[in-house]
Design a protein around this ligand. Structure first.
Ligand SMILES: O=C(O)CCC(=O)C(=O)O
Length: 283
């Protein structure tokens, strides 16, 4: 999947080398199915991200959530929007090829950070991640959106993130819920997500066993979820980077709580995403 640098001639007298990271097949899979695996793409960044997650868990944001299964077991730790205070996250966001990869997948000239999200399931965490789309949680809308879910441990097929192939093209938003199953907003006018686990054969469900350094790319509209971490001894750490491309807009949904809430952002509905919370990574 990794391609060597490709030289692109801009003018007779000027040649610029543009780095291409992905092959056409991977890009097409992301666009057709709404999710694709990128093997080994962040191998050089695993230690940095692991150090960042350690620092994040040692000093979580006050809004971090910890879910526990009914029968005890490990914790499901979830936190977001910490990149500005965690140097390892900043290093990854600004110095890794993530933004260039985002430009290739989204076919976008500009790539902006939306936020980062950390999701750690300790060994024997009996909490599945419910099936959901990310788009209806968010205060942004745009045709070009991307999450890069980056595993920091070996994750077998049985416990990895799964996707309903093609669901990013359903043109439907389902009610966002917290990971304990409670609705984020009671009266959002949206319908509940269908019972995917009860009818798995009705859907094309895709997912991959992954190793540290791989990434799974998906559109904010793609339905996804993950089983509980049944491993007796291995934790399941993941760092999810949220990027947006050209023409993304800020949206205010009256009376609706978004997640993350971005309470300090003063943009109006329909504004372009010009705020220090959302740095431009590539333009
Ligand atoms: O890691 C998980 O279990 C869920 C990840 C997820 O929902 C996301 O990154 O959007």
């Amino acid at each position: 999947m990794l391609l060597s640098n490709v030289g692109i001639t801009l003018r007779d007298d000027q040649e610029e080398t543009v780095s291409r990271h992905l092959d056409d097949q991977t890009i097409q899979a992301f666009r057709d199915k709404g999710a694709a695996v990128l093997r080994g793409i962040f191998s050089d960044w695993v230690d940095t991200l692991r150090d960042g997650v350690d620092a994040n868990m040692a000093d979580p944001d006050p809004t971090a959530r910890i879910y526990k299964g009914e029968n005890g077991g490990g914790r499901f730790f979830v936190d977001y929007c910490n990149w500005a205070r965690i140097p390892e996250y900043k290093d990854f966001i600004f110095n890794s090829p993530a933004a260039e990869i985002g430009a290739e997948l989204m076919d976008s000239r500009q790539v902006q950070l939306f936020h980062e999200h950390v999701l750690v399931k300790e060994a024997q965490t009996g909490v599945p991640t419910p099936w959901h789309q990310d788009a209806p949680y968010y205060c942004v809308e745009g045709p070009k959106t991307l999450s890069l879910w980056i595993p920091l441990d070996e994750i077998p097929r049985e416990t990895t993130l799964e996707f309903v192939s093609g669901s990013h093209k359903w043109d439907k938003f389902f009610r966002p819920q917290r990971f304990d199953g409670s609705a984020l907003n009671e009266n959002d006018g949206l319908e509940d997500i269908p019972d995917i686990n009860g009818n798995r054969s009705d859907y094309e469900i895709i997912g991959w066993p992954v190793s540290p350094g791989d990434a799974v790319a998906f559109d904010y509209r793609t339905i996804h979820g993950a089983p509980a971490n049944t491993s007796a001894s291995s934790q399941r750490r993941a760092f999810s980077l949220r990027l947006v491309g050209d023409d993304v807009r800020f949206v205010r949904r009256e009376g609706i709580v978004t997640s993350p809430p971005f309470k300090e952002v003063t943009l109006q509905h329909g504004d372009s995403l010009a705020a220090e919370e959302f740095p431009v990574l590539l333009s």
